[in-house]
Design a protein around this ligand. Structure first.
Ligand code: F6P
Length: 416
């Protein structure tokens, strides 16, 4: 039992079980873990997550017997969920539907909300219920429960039903879309999702823009909203606070990571300028358009041929989804195309590095002359902030207005 319980789909550790049953672990990937793990370093808590890998599932199935590695002071608890139900919840509802909806990339002309969708929504409900039950089991009386992200939108209300004594926080780590786009969801699903989130005492987003959109969505389905106070009246009459909690990065920690590993020359020739991007291989990150932009630049500035390298550093996730497999193939095709069109002996214009190596990605950002961060939409892009901390070359940052990392209302005005 703990005074602080955290629940997130992806946990702070990813497990591997060796041939003799010994358990080893590596750090869970992704922005949520990177942001939360250091914040919880010295706070004793239980961190509940879903089994995502074979090793996680083995650990979860044998949960009671095994001494598990810990992440700082967090005691991990891994939930073993039925694989089909998990697949529906994670791939279909969380990522294919909610993730693309919130990033405005849901294909309105193609999406169908048929009986199959309803079955998958039932899986989303079931996994949220499993998380709520686990939080209930782990939380001390009056404990704090942090229920993370769009995977667990229903869990706050399900948890409140079981444990009205808890203080419940729900954080969303992706953007939140506007009511018109949110309205693509069937009314009952949209209402259930908002009702679920409003089970929390506080609903947090990464930026004020997403708070504003969320309040507008709540109003659009009939909740009473006080935009000035940033509150929504939940069905049980509680005033739920909706707030922005932006994320920062830890410069000291980044510099420590940066010093790990051997120095590396990322371009063939030291005199070459380096344009760097670091992203998950993810359609919302807009990698293909970045490559098109680089090709257009080379086409219109032939003087730069041989003098510049575009380094694309990416790590893989959600590889089980055809959308992500297709996107990866498209990125690779574009890289080949630019290299075929402009490359020549001794100069490869684009270098694609697919890796899961944070220190190496930081070294690339440190060596950059230009850093490209051009997501279609992003909750709060941290690469832009990491680059600002580790780069010593006075690099130029090309930042999308919708990256969430800067307030576009305060940025430079668009020119006609
Ligand atoms: O909210 C975004 C997020 O859940 C982050 O934790 C992370 O950056 C990314 O998505 C990783 O996604 P996944 O866990 O599906 O690989």
């Amino acid at each position: 039992m703990s005074a602080v319980v955290v629940a997130s789909n992806r946990g702070p550790l990813q497990f591997t079980v060796g041939a003799n049953g010994e358990v080893s672990s590596s750090r869970g990937s992704g922005g949520l873990v990177s942001a939360l793990a250091p914040a919880l370093e010295s706070i004793p808590c239980t961190w509940i997550s879903a089994a995502m890998t074979k090793g996680d599932r083995a650990v979860a199935a044998a949960a009671t017997g095994l001494p598990l590695p810990r992440s700082g002071t967090a005691e991990p608890r891994v939930l073993h969920l039925d694989e089909k139900i998990y697949d529906n919840y994670y791939h279909d509802i969380s990522n294919r539907t909610l993730w693309f909806l919130q990033h405005r990339l849901l294909d309105a002309g193609a999406v169908t909300f048929d009986r199959g969708f309803q079955d998958r929504w039932n899986s989303y409900r079931a996994v949220n219920r499993a998380f709520a039950e686990a939080c209930d089991e782990e939380a001390d009386a009056g404990a704090e429960a942090h229920v993370e992200d769009y995977h667990l939108g229903l869990a706050p209300a399900l948890l409140r039903e079981r444990r009205p004594d808890l203080r419940i926080m729900h954080h969303v780590c992706c953007p939140w879309t506007d009511p018109e786009c949110f309205g693509l969801l069937p009314g009952a699903v949209a209402g259930e999702l908002l009702h679920g989130m409003l089970g929390a005492d506080v609903v947090g987003f990464l930026s004020a823009r997403w708070v504003e959109n969320f309040l507008r969505c709540c109003r659009s389905v009939g909740f009473a909203v006080d935009a000035a106070l940033g509150t929504v009246r939940a069905a049980d009459g509680r005033e739920v606070r909706v707030r922005a909690f932006p994320l920062g990065v830890d410069e000291r920690d980044l510099r420590r990571l940066l010093s790990r590993g051997r120095p590396e020359r990322f371009a063939a020739d030291q005199a070459q300028r380096l344009i760097v991007r670091v992203d998950r291989m993810e359609p919302t990150k807009n990698i293909v358009r970045g490559l098109d932009g680089f090709a257009a630049f080379l086409g219109s500035h032939p003087g730069y041929e041989g003098k510049v390298t575009h380094l694309v550093v990416t790590n893989l996730s959600r590889g089980g989804m055809p959308e992500y497999q297709r996107y990866r193939a498209e990125v690779e095709r574009c890289v080949q195309e630019v290299n075929r069109r402009f490359g020549r002996p001794g100069w490869t214009p684009v270098r694609l590095l697919v890796l899961d190596d944070h220190p190496r990605a930081l070294r690339a950002l440190a060596a950059a002359d230009v850093v490209v961060v051009n997501p279609v939409w992003d909750g709060m892009n941290l690469v832009a902030k990491e680059a600002a901390c580790v780069n010593d070359r006075d690099a130029v940052l090309i930042l999308s207005r919708n990256a969430g990392a800067a307030d576009p209302a305060r940025g430079p005005k668009l020119r006609a």
